[in-house]
Each structure stands twice: as C-alpha cells, then as structure tokens.
Design a protein around this ligand. Structure first.
Ligand code: COA
Length: 196
C-alpha cells in the first residue's frame, strides 16, 4: 500500500483551474454543487492526487484514468486492477493505493463535543477515548477507514465494528482487516484499513 498526500494551501489558483479542467464532467458537477471554496479545492486536489497516485502505481498516464463510482459512492479506477481511496480534512488530502480493498480517513484534530462518541463507540472504545488525548479521532478514523474499505460508507451501523488499540497494535473486531494509524502531519489523525 502507498499513501500520497497534498496540502491545498500549497496549490496555486492556476493549478486548481488546470486540474478542474482534467476532471470528468460528473466530478466537475459535484465540485460546482459544493458551497464552501475549501471543499471545492479539496475535491479538485483529491482528483489530481489520485490520478497521479494511480499513475505512479500502474504506469498509466494520469489523464487516461477514468473514475467510476460503486453504488454507495466508493470510487474506483475503470479497467484497472488497483484499489484506492480518498479522504480530506482541513488543508490536507490523502489517497491510499493498494492491490487490496482499501479505506483511508483523515481528520483534523479540532474541538468537538466529546459526547459525539456515544453514537459510535462501544464501552471499551469509550474508555480508550476518555483516557487518550486524541482517542476520539483515533477511533473515529479507524471506523471510517473500515467502512470506506468495505465500501458502505457510514450508511452501515457504526457500532458493527470496534477497535482495540494497544501500544503495539490496532485490532479490528472483524477478521481479515489490517488497520493502522498513519503519520501524515502534526494536528491530524489518519487511519487506513486494508482487507487482507
Ligand atoms: C464516505 C463517508 C465515509 C465520507 O466521509 P467523510 O469523513 O465525510 O469524508 P472523507 O473526506 O473522509 O471521504 C470522502 C471521500 O470518500 C470517498 N467515498 C464516498 N463514498 C464512499 C464509500 N461508500 N466508500 C468508500 N469511500 C467513499 C469519496 O472518494 C470521497 O471523496 P471525493 O468526494 O473527493 O470523491 C460518508 O459515509 C459519511 O457519510 N461520513 C459521515 C461522517 C460521520 O458521521 N462520522 C462519524 C464518526 S465515525
């Protein structure tokens, strides 16, 4: 698995314009529907990042890559035997590319109501969250990465999967998944989940 990342604050407006032009019509339309400029930029940067990441891994030129979407929204590269996934938060965009099913989630560490975890954490996870500074974002990104790996997004019951985090290991309650934290940048938590 390879992880690629970019920071949208490093990207010039002429690059955004060029990358937007390279997007498919349907992805251009989804950018236009976003009301927040930061979100538009993230989506454009993500499209470009994934093209270059897949190009790097498969040796196909970036502009020839066509994206499709599974029924729950998970993107795939048409006609290529490669898996990838995207996440964006704050100024960062990340893309994971793998020969196995993959999910990635990044979250900017920010103040959020700690009670939000009651919706998605079981008892053991809640204990972990209460005793670790960034525990909420660690559990959150692991869960999102898992559901993005299996492709359901968070339409599925978030409590269907749980994580046991120790110093040396992240253990997923579902067998056959390799879940890890990824150090991308200070102030962000990123997790990947890959099907073995
Ligand atoms: C897909 C989902 C997971 C989006 O997560 P998100 O944190 O809002 O956004 P991210 O930046 O991490 O991911 C967005 C990317 O996921 C991809 N994606 C969309 N649907 C997906 C799916 N079903 N499976 C895998 N990937 C998916 C897309 O490529 C999208 O990027 P793009 O719009 O640039 O193409 C969505 O199911 C969701 O609704 N999330 C809600 C967040 C939440 O409530 N979290 C609670 C804490 S567990």
């Amino acid at each position: 698995m390879k992880i690629y990342s970019c920071n949208i604050s490093d990207i010039s407006s002429s690059e955004f314009t060029e990358w937007f032009e390279n997007m498919s019509n349907s992805r251009k339309e989804s950018v236009k529907k976003l009301l927040i400029p930061q979100k538009q930029k993230s989506k454009i940067a993500a499209d470009n990042l994934c093209r270059n990441a897949i190009s790097d891994c498969c040796g196909i030129s970036a502009e020839k890559i066509e994206f499709g979407t599974e029924k729950n929204g998970k993107p795939f590269a048409k006609g290529l035997d490669i898996h990838f996934n995207i996440s964006h938060s704050g100024d960062l965009v990340v893309c994971a590319v793998s020969d196995k099913e993959i999910g990635i989630d990044i979250e900017k560490i920010r103040n959020i109501n700690p009670r939000v975890f009651e919706k998605f954490a079981d008892k053991k996870e809640a204990e972990y969250i209460n005793s670790h500074k960034n525990g909420l974002f660690e559990i959150w990104t692991l869960k999102e990465a898992y559901f993005k790996c299996i492709g359901t997004g968070l339409g599925a019951d978030i409590k269907n999967v749980s994580f046991d985090i120790t110093e040396s290991n992240v253990k997923c309650s579902e067998k056959g998944f390799n879940c890890l934290f990824r150090k991308i940048a200070d102030g962000y938590i990123c997790s990947t989940c890959e099907r073995n």
